[in-house]
Write a protein that binds this ligand. Structure first.
Ligand SMILES: Cc1cc2nc3c(=O)[nH]c(=O)nc-3n(C[C@H](O)[C@H](O)[C@H](O)COP(=O)(O)O)c2cc1C
Ligand code: SF4
Ligand code: SF4
Length: 252
């Protein structure tokens, strides 16, 4: 079983490709949480794929790992999809697992286009394709390692824990406030997709437009990237110039 969290499809595509190579199946962590499924027993392989957020993990994945029980699974692994640097995400994950008396046999990473568009520009298709190609090569490489049940930490793009651990905590805490998100009512068509797909139900529809009803969310940017009209923006004034992105190899 391969589990994943994914807003724009990178981690979903990685999970699907690994699962296909092993004739296994995938499940979204959001579904696991909704069904209160935290216990996985007697799996030949149990893998989890997550994006990196602020050099650590999305809050929803961290909460899932705090509760997961992996019992008698022959091989377990964790894959970070990332755009630039994984920072201290492995350190953070290992710590969470230790506190939950659990352990992964291996850690891997796969580079992908960086969906944090308040900073990164995804409008150059050539650059996006180059990142996707680099990621594909890394994905094929980790699949070979997974198939031989390798143990160890194979994660790329790490930064020293001492200089990343506190800034990453602070940055994610401040950036995940929904006050940063807004809708342009002139172009929103009221389709409700943003509210329907939000992994934590932070969006409601009011008078035909989305409103952010919770003060905090995962800040996955799924609402911004998936909107058919590109009507949702992040408040630093850059996302409208940096484009929308969805992984071209999966449906999200
Ligand atoms: C809130 C947020 C924070 C991110 N922080 C990082 C980061 O610290 N390091 C990094 O390399 N990529 C970072 N990214 C990029 C994603 O990890 C990367 O694009 C990932 O492949 C997205 O996965 P998904 O398409 O499955 O959602 C961030 C993306 C978001 C939305
Ligand atoms: S997905 Fe976009 S167009 Fe549809 S309701 Fe949300 S903001 Fe409006
Ligand atoms: S409100 Fe948007 S950014 Fe926040 S969790 Fe929901 S989909 Fe993701």
């Amino acid at each position: 079983m391969i589990l994943y969290f994914s807003a724009t499809g990178n981690s979903k595509y990685i999970a699907e490709t690994i699962a296909k190579s092993m004739n296994d199946e995938c499940m979204s962590i959001v579904t696991c949480i909704n069904e209160k499924r935290y216990c996985f027993e007697n799996e030949k392989v149990l893998g989890i794929v997550s994006p990196t957020y602020f050099w650590r993990l999305p809050r929803i994945v961290a909460t899932f790992l705090e509760n997961i029980q992996m019992k008698n699974c022959a091989y377990t692994f964790f894959v970070l999809s990332y755009g630039t640097t994984t920072g201290s995400a492995v350190h953070f994950t290992e710590k969470l697992m230790q506190e939950n008396n659990q352990k992964f046999d291996a850690y891997y990473s796969v580079i992908m286009p960086d969906t944090w568009t308040p900073m990164f520009d995804l409008t150059d298709q050539k650059k996006v394709d180059a990142k996707l190609n680099e990621g594909e090569q890394q994905l094929q490489d980790i699949i070979q390692k997974i198939q031989t049940n390798l143990n160890g930490d194979f994660v790329k793009g790490k930064l020293p824990v001492l200089i990343t651990v506190l800034p990453s905590l602070y940055m994610y805490h401040t950036e995940r406030k929904t006050k940063h998100l807004s809708v342009n009512q002139d172009i929103c068509i009221g389709c409700g997709l943003c509210a329907k797909k939000c992994p934590v139900q932070a969006i409601a529809m009011k008078d035909g437009y989305p409103i952010w009803k919770d003060k905090e969310c995962e800040m996955c940017l799924g609402c911004l990237h998936r909107c058919p009209k590109f009507a949702i923006q992040y408040g630093n004034g850059k996302t409208n110039k940096h484009g929308q992105y969805r992984n071209p190899n999966t449906a999200i």
